[in-house]
Design a protein around this ligand. Structure first.
Ligand SMILES: Nc1ncnc2c1ncn2[C@@H]1O[C@H](COP(=O)(O)OP(=O)(O)O)[C@@H](O)[C@H]1O
Ligand SMILES: [Mg+2]
Length: 282
């Protein structure tokens, strides 16, 4: 009997779906709640695969590295979750692979913030390296707002929030394209359209979703991203730029997919379990 472990902290709709799909496939699934279960390096884990699902990015990286140390097929590997989970690492990796990204400037200290803004001009987008659901992603219209954002960020307890990612604001009509990859296949794409009065197209912020038919250029681009991020379960978010074409904005190594299912009806969790079983058989 195939045995898998699900490492998680909160059970969202996605985790419930994975639990059901594993059960339906006849897999013995061990639930490892990271808020309750210590991870002991002297334990032996007799499992075939680990599915990594914590909401917390660092807990996901750490859980993945722990199960990798047990020689278990880990979906996704710690490398993938780390590089996708930190936007600075993401943009650096994409840039190194010549994958187009929005015009992006890093500011790691006070004065460089204004120098970066001067290069980009206003409006611009400011975001921290780590975060999700659109939180702290700000549309900045002038230097006063930039100063305020920098002051607020400086008051946050984690030093990590002092780093700023500044980007050109891309007129996307408040929408982006999310491509979901399982194994080495694009299983589908959706368009996420921000709700009225919101410019960010996160489903967590109430965005509307609809199925999206990718062209061959888009498919080629996301495959190229998969070769550098590795892993076997990724979502890749794309902006369409009027002059520069497709730009990769974000990669997620622990993707949420309830919006994707709502738009497409594709049972992501079943495909995921199937692909993991296929990989174990190889
Ligand atoms: N440079 C940009 N130009 C236009 N819109 C952007 C830009 N960066 C982010 N957004 C909008 O904000 C949303 C959240 O930003 P994102 O970088 O994906 O952070 P998060 O990890 O919080 O989702 C995106 O889905 C998009 O709608
Ligand atoms: Mg996003």
């Amino acid at each position: 009997m195939t045995t898998m472990v699900l490492a998680y902290d909160y059970t969202r709709e996605e985790e419930k779906r994975i639990i059901r799909a594993a059960k339906n496939a006849g897999i013995k699934l061990i639930l490892c709640n990271l808020l309750e279960s210590p991870l002991d390096y002297s334990d032996r884990w007799d499992v075939d695969a680990a599915i990594i699902r914590p909401v917390s990015m660092f807990n996901a990286v750490y859980a993945a590295s722990y199960f990798e140390s047990m020689k278990v097929l880990t979906v996704n590997p710690s490398y993938t979750i780390l590089y996708a989970g930190d936007k600075v690492l993401t943009y650096s990796l994409l840039r190194s692979a010549n994958i187009p990204i929005p015009r992006t400037i890093l500011s790691l200290g006070d004065d460089s913030l204004y120098a970066a803004a001067k290069r980009l001009g206003f409006p611009l987008v400011d975001k921290p390296p780590i975060g999700s659901w659109g939180r702290l992603v700000s549309l900045v219209e002038n230097e006063h707002q930039l100063t305020t954002i920098a002051e607020h960020r400086a008051m946050l307890p984690s030093k990590q929030f002092r780093a700023h990612i500044l980007q050109e604001y891309i007129a996307t009509a408040n929408a982006d394209i999310r491509c979901l990859m399982v194994g080495d296949e694009v299983i589908g794409c959706i368009k996420r359209i921000a709700r009225r009065g919101e410019w960010r197209s996160n489903v967590a912020l109430g965005a509307r979703v609809e199925p999206y038919k990718p062209d061959s250029e888009l498919i080629e681009l996301v495959h190229k991203a998969l070769t550098v991020f590795k892993g076997m379960f990724l979502s890749i978010d794309i902006f369409e730029h009027k002059e520069n074409g497709y730009l990769v904005n974000e990669v997620n190594g622990v993707p949420e997919f309830k919006g994707f299912i709502r738009a497409t009806g594709i049972r992501v969790e079943e495909i995921l379990i199937g692909k993991i079983l296929e990989k174990l058989r190889r």
